[in-house]
Design a protein around this ligand. Structure first.
Ligand code: ATP
Ligand code: MG
Length: 568
C-alpha cells in the first residue's frame, strides 16, 4: 500500500519550469517503440472489452482510461467491444449501463462491437482447425478432463478421444451446433500439448454447448459458444486491434493468444499484441463482479448504484466527478505489480476536484435552536455568502439571517473545557457571513433544547473590521427560512482493508454494519431549493455532498461524498 506522496514521486517528474508533468508509462513506451519501428503501418488501435455480466467498477475505469487514453494520445481508435460469449450470465441491462458509464467518464467510440458479431467467423475458424487436425471433440466429463490436466510439474494425460478421425470430429461439432446434444455432454478442445509447462496449452477448451439460455443478441442461433481464449485474440485480429491491453492475470494466457493468432495471421505487417498491467484493487472494498452481484442480489446494498459500491454508478451517485476519477487513475499509474491502493487516495482526488468546483452552502445536520435574544422579532437580513473562496468568479449568494437559527448540536457545550473554542456560556464566536454573537445561556431538559445569545450589530460580516478576534466561526441556517432535508452519511463498506484476503472466511463477514447512517432531521439553507439531482455542494465545515436522485416532491436528500478532511 502506498501513500499519496509515494505516488506523486513514482509517476510525476518535474520539468524545468517546475510544472508537474507525468512521465510515459511502460505501455505508452511500448506503443512509441512500435510506432518508431513502423509496426502495423503506424496504426494504433485498442479495445475495451467488458463482459456484459455486471456493472463497471472503478477497476474498469483504470482499463478504460488506458484503452481510450492510448488511442487519444496516439491518434488511434479504441473500440468498445462487448465480450458477450456466455449468455448464461449476460444481459442487455448491463450493456446499456456499461455504455452510459463510459460516456460519463468522458470517452466515446465510433461503433459498438460485439464478440458475438464474430460467432460465424470463429465457428469457421474452429472447423478449419478441426480439418487441420488441431482440434477434437472430447466426450469425457468435466471432472475427468480436470483430473487429466496434471499439475505444472506433472504432465497431463491425453484424452482417449484425442486421436479421433477428422471426419468424426467435424460431424460431431456440427451436431453440437445443431443442438443434438445436452449441455456438458461434449466439448471441442484444441489439440496442442498435454505435457506443456504452460497449463493453458494442455488441450484447452475452445467451445462448449449452451442451449438453455438464448443469447441477448443472437437469440437461439448458436448452441455452441467459444471460450474466452478462443474468442478474444481472434476478435482483436478481426477488428485490427494493434495493442490488446489487459490485466496481469492474462499473462499466462498470452502464449495461447499468440498461438491462435499465428494460425490466423496472413503474413502481413499487422499483428495484435497483448500487454498486461496491474489490476486496481482498493482497500475496504471488493472489486470482483461476482461478489458485487452477490451484494446486490442478497440486498446487502441498495442496488448496483448504491453510493457505497465501488461501481461507477455508485461513485456517480455518491457525488464523484468523472474528472476526480480520471485524476485518481492518472496518479496511481500502470505497473507490472499487483498491489492494493489506499481508498484515501481516491477520496483525496474527489476532495481536490470538488474544492475547485463545489458551491459552499450552509447545512446543519444535527440541529439545535439558537435564539438571538437582542435581534428584533420578525426582522430578516439577507447576508452575502461566498460561493467558493477558491474561485472568485463564482460570486456570492444571499442567505437569510433572523432571530431564530439552527446550529450544530456539537458546536455547543454547557461546561466547556478550556480548549473548546466554539459556543458555550459567556463565549463569543462568529456566525459565518453574519455577526459575532455571545452565548448567554441555554434551556435544558434531558438534552439542550435551546441556546441563547446576543449579537453585536457592529460586527456584521463585510463591514469595516470591529477589531474583535474570535477563535471560531460557526455555520448556521435561519429556522424559518431553511428547508428540511435528509442526509445520508456513508462509511466504508467493509471493516478490513482486504475483505477478500482471508480465504477461510466469507467476505460478507466483514461488511460494516454502520456503512450507512441516515439523518432525517437536517436543515439546509434556502439556496438549495434549486439544486438538481447529482449537483455537488460543500456543506461548510462538514464535507462534500450531492443531491441524491431519490429527492423528489420537494423532499431533499443529500449523500455525503466525502468529509472535508481525511478522517483516518
Ligand atoms: P471481474 O474479475 O470483476 O469479474 P472482469 O475482468 O471479468 O472483472 P471484464 O468485463 O472482463 O471484467 O473486464 C473488462 C476489462 O476491464 C478487462 O480488460 C479487464 O482486464 C479490465 N479490468 C477488470 N477489472 C479490472 C481492475 N480491477 N483493474 C483494472 N482493469 C480491470
Ligand atoms: Mg473478464
Amino acid at each position: 500500500m502506498c501513500g499519496i506522496d509515494t505516488y506523486v514521486k513514482m509517476n510525476e517528474i518535474k520539468t524545468n519550469e517546475g510544472e508537474e508533468k507525468r512521465s510515459l508509462n511502460f505501455i505508452e513506451a511500448i506503443v512509441e517503440k512500435d510506432l518508431a519501428e513502423g509496426k502495423n503501418d503506424g496504426r494504433v488501435q485498442t479495445r475495451f472489452p467488458p463482459e456484459p455480466n455486471g456493472y463497471l467498477h472503478i477497476g474498469h475505469a483504470k482499463a478504460i482510461c488506458l484503452d481510450f487514453g492510448i488511442a487519444e494520445r496516439y491518434n488511434g481508435v479504441c473500440n468498445l467491444r462487448f465480450d458477450d460469449t456466455n449468455p448464461v450470465k449476460e444481459d442487455v441491462e448491463y450493456v446499456d449501463s456499461i455504455m452510459e458509464d463510459i460516456k460519463w467518464l468522458g470517452y466515446s467510440w465510433n461503433k459498438v462491437y460485439y464478440a458475438s458479431d464474430y460467432f460465424q467467423q470463429l465457428f469457421d475458424f474452429a472447423i478449419q482447425l478441426i480439418k487441420e487436425g488441431k482440434a477434437y471433440v472430447d466426450e469425457q466429463s468435466a471432472d475427468v478432463i480436470a483430473k487429466q490436466k496434471g499439475t505444472p510439474t506433472q504432465p497431463g494425460i491425453e484424452s482417449p478421444y484425442r486421436n479421433r478421425p477428422v471426419e468424426e470430429n467435424l460431424a460431431l461439432f456440427r451436431r453440437m451446433q445443431a443442438g443434438e446434444f445436452e449441455e456438458g455432454r461434449m466439448i471441442l478442445r484444441a489439440k496442442i500439448d498435454m505435457a506443456s509447462p504452460n497449463m493453458h496449452f494442455r488441450d484447452p477448451i475452445m467451445y462448449r454447448i449452451i442451449k438453455e439460455h438464448p443469447h441477448h443478441r443472437t437469440g437461439t442461433t448458436w448452441k455452441v459458444y467459444p471460450m474466452y481464449d478462443f474468442a478474444h485474440g481472434q476478435s482483436d485480429y478481426f477488428e485490427g486491434v494493434t495493442h490488446s491491453l489487459c490485466t496481469l492475470e492474462f499473462e499466462v494466457h498470452r502464449p495461447l493468444y499468440d498461438y491462435f493468432i499465428d494460425l490466423l495471421q496472413k503474413g502481413d505487417n499487422y499483428r495484435p499484441r497483448q500487454t498486461e498491467f496491474n489490476r486496481l484493487n482498493l482497500t475496504y472494498t471488493v472489486m470482483s463482479k461476482r461478489k458485487l452481484l452477490q451484494l446486490v442480489k442478497e440486498g446487502k446494498v441498495n442496488g448496483w448504484d448504491d453510493p457505497r459500491m465501488p461501481t461507477l454508478g455508485g461513485l456517480r451517485r455518491r457525488g464523484y466527478t468523472p474528472q476526480s476519477i480520471r485524476n485518481f487513475i492518472d496518479k496511481i499509474g500502470y505497473t507490472k505489480y499487483d498491489g492494493i491502493i489506499d481508498a484515501a487516495l481516491l477520496e483525496h482526488a474527489v476532495r481536490e476536484d470538488l474544492n475547485i468546483k463545489a458551491q459552499r452552502v450552509s447545512a446543519v445536520i444535527d440541529p439545535v435552536k439558537l435564539i438571538i435574544t437582542n435581534y428584533p422579532e420578525g426582522q430578516v437580513e439577507m447576508m452575502d455568502a461566498v460561493n467558493n473562496p477558491e474561485d472568485p468568479a463564482a460570486g456570492t449568494h444571499p442567505i437569510a439571517f433572523s432571530r431564530e437559527l439552527y446550529i450544530e448540536r456539537g458546536d455547543f457545550m454547557e461546561d466547556a473545557p478550556k480548549k473548546f473554542f466554539r459556543l458555550s456560556p459567556g463565549k463569543e464566536v462568529r456566525l459565518k457571513s453574519a455577526y459575532i454573537i455571545k452565548c448567554t445561556g441555554a434551556k435544558k431538559n434531558d438534552n439542550i433544547e435551546e441556546i441563547y445569545a446576543e449579537y453585536d450589530p457592529a460586527t456584521k460580516s463585510g463591514m469595516p473590521d470591529s477589531g474583535r478576534k474570535v477563535k471560531a466561526t460557526l455555520h448556521w441556517v435561519s429556522a424559518e427560512h431553511s428547508l428540511p432535508a435528509e442526509v445520508r452519511l456513508y462509511d466504508r463498506l467493509f471493516t478490513v482493508e482486504n475483505p477478500s484476503e482471508e480465504k477461510e472466511k466469507d467476505f460478507q463477514e466483514f461488511l460494516n454494519p454502520d456503512s450507512l447512517v441516515v439523518l432525517s432531521h437536517c436543515r439546509v439553507e434556502a439556496e438549495l431549493q434549486k439544486a438538481k439531482p447529482f449537483d455537488n455542494f460543500q456543506f461548510q465545515r462538514i464535507g462534500y455532498f450531492n443531491v441524491d436522485p431519490d429527492s423528489k416532491d420537494g423532499k431533499l436528500i443529500f449523500n455525503r461524498t466525502v468529509s472535508l478532511k481525511q478522517s483516518f
